[in-house]
Design a protein around this ligand. Sequence first.
Ligand SMILES: NC(=O)c1ccc[n+]([C@@H]2O[C@H](COP(=O)([O-])OP(=O)(O)OC[C@H]3O[C@@H](n4cnc5c(N)ncnc54)[C@H](OP(=O)(O)O)[C@@H]3O)[C@@H](O)[C@H]2O)c1
Length: 291
Amino acid sequence: MPGRSEGLPLEALWEAPEPPTIPVDRRGGLLPAPLAARHPGSLIVDLLDDRPTVVADFVSSLDGVVALASGSTGAGGADISGHSDADRFMMALLRGLADVIVVGAGTARVGHRHIWTAAYLQPALAGVFAAWRSEMWLAPQPTTIVVTASGNLDATHAGLNHPDVPVIVATTPSGADRLARLPLAPNVRIEAVGDDDNVPAGAILELIRGTGARLAVCEGGPHLFGELLRARLVDELFLTLAPQLAGRDATTSRLSLVEGTSFGEGQGRWADLIGVRRAGDDLFLRYRFQP
Ligand SMILES: NC(=O)c1ccc[n+]([C@@H]2O[C@H](COP(=O)([O-])OP(=O)(O)OC[C@H]3O[C@@H](n4cnc5c(N)ncnc54)[C@H](OP(=O)(O)O)[C@@H]3O)[C@@H](O)[C@H]2O)c1
């Protein structure tokens, strides 16, 4: 089944002008033609010279929900985006630029078939992404870093078993004990860099740096993002706003996508974007729900 927004271009409505001094190091540039067909123009991330740059990527519902629940019971970002192909494409572009993808174990546990590569999100463009990375002198695939205190990972998870994707599991000493008993694939390395119940942001950064990376993309979830944010280690945020709503059920107190606004259910109420304004860094969006 084609995803929502299949094939739609990501039009640029506004972009900040170039800063007067161009940083020395940047990642990206003009995109290869098959990628520029969906994302016209260029995609560039400025690179810091004293530590790896960390860019985060999230999709939110209109009312600001990025996860319906914490842990493996939560719906994935794809549910929040309404299975938006444009969102998958944007994520793939960022993966295409990245040396490292960092995810929390809660996010990993939601999708057992997920592999943190651009090709997984856009299989038809796998060759284009491979050639683009090669042109940028990047490794064929970004390294995946999964952060877990408990070490509660499924050794059969597809994202831990792709021979071309190096994986580092950043964990605590007890997490490492648990992981050492699992039949993990040879591409997976366990790093016990945390204390008893946490892997500090600084330790995650040092693991990223240890791979030689200049650019890491954090794909969440909220716990991991919070850890990096509090340590002031997030340099940019790519935020997709998906035109659906989530709300908390008054009786169960659980968040869920509001009946009738979820895409893929056939009878969803679709929201149309009908206005975009900005005042400085404030963004004003206007949506109209279809009856
Ligand atoms: N909308 C979006 O763009 C988006 C993006 C990503 C995720 N999500 C959703 O978010 C939900 C999961 O939320 P979450 O907050 O639980 O996600 P999460 O941060 O991916 O997972 C939390 C788990 O990750 C591990 N973890 C994270 N930071 C850690 C740290 N500093 N030290 C040690 N362990 C750490 C812990 O694993 P252990 O329990 O193993 O110790 C923790 O329980 C899922 O539904 C997912 O689909 C949405």
